[in-house]
Design a protein around this ligand. Structure first.
Ligand SMILES: Cc1cc2nc3c(=O)[nH]c(=O)nc-3n(C[C@H](O)[C@H](O)[C@H](O)COP(=O)(O)OP(=O)(O)OC[C@H]3O[C@@H](n4cnc5c(N)ncnc54)[C@H](O)[C@@H]3O)c2cc1C
Length: 65
């Protein structure tokens, strides 16, 4: 069996998991992210960006609006 060491295990590569992954990269924390789906869904789950997301973008330095 193959084993891997990491500091953080993220379950799910949705917006929450990916946002956390971005923060861990910024802070140099080692992590593994796993996603049960093999591919990106072809159905949209977001057509708009809420105002609160803008605050998050500003705080983490990814604001490009
Ligand atoms: C039709 C629709 C339209 C929407 N429109 C908008 C919009 O316009 N604007 C907006 O801001 N939001 C919108 N939303 C809401 C937005 O999509 C959700 O708030 C967002 O996807 C939640 O992100 P999440 O990462 O918490 O969960 P999810 O997006 O559900 O991601 C969780 C991930 O974890 C994976 N997972 C679950 N269990 C496991 C497991 N045991 N092992 C491995 N992987 C696992 C899942 O496959 C999934 O990829 C919409 C939602 C829907 C359904």
């Amino acid at each position: 069996m193959n084993t891997k060491q990491t500091d953080v295990l993220i379950i799910g590569a949705g917006p929450t998991g990916l946002a956390l992954a971005c923060q861990l990269v910024r802070h140099g924390v080692d992590f593994i992210i796993v996603e049960k789906n093999a591919a990106v869904t072809s159905y949209s789950k977001a057509i708009g960006v809420h105002a609160n997301h803008r605050i998050h973008f500003l705080l983490n330095g990814t604001n490009s609006l």
